[in-house]
Write a new protein. Structure first.
Length: 72
């Protein structure tokens, strides 16, 4: 059995999200305070001005910011 995050075709993790992507997914999908709770660690660890988001992360980021009307 392979470890989570590995794939024989895509050795960098395949389709599993990395820890940064997991936080962003949780922020986008959780409801209310749980969403905000995980947003802060993601934002603290990610400089969106210098970090290029992959397409999935960009969609999650957009969903979260639209839901909570965040403009910073």
């Amino acid at each position: 059995m392979r470890a989570r995050g590995t794939s024989p075709l895509l050795p960098r993790g395949g389709c599993w999200p990395n820890p940064e992507q997991e936080l962003l997914l949780q922020a986008a999908l959780f409801q209310g305070g749980g969403s905000i709770h995980v947003w802060h660690p993601w934002k603290k660890g990610t400089d969106i001005e210098t970090n290029t988001l992959d397409l999935s992360s960009f969609v999650s980021f957009h969903k979260f910011t639209e839901t909570f009307a965040i403009r910073d």
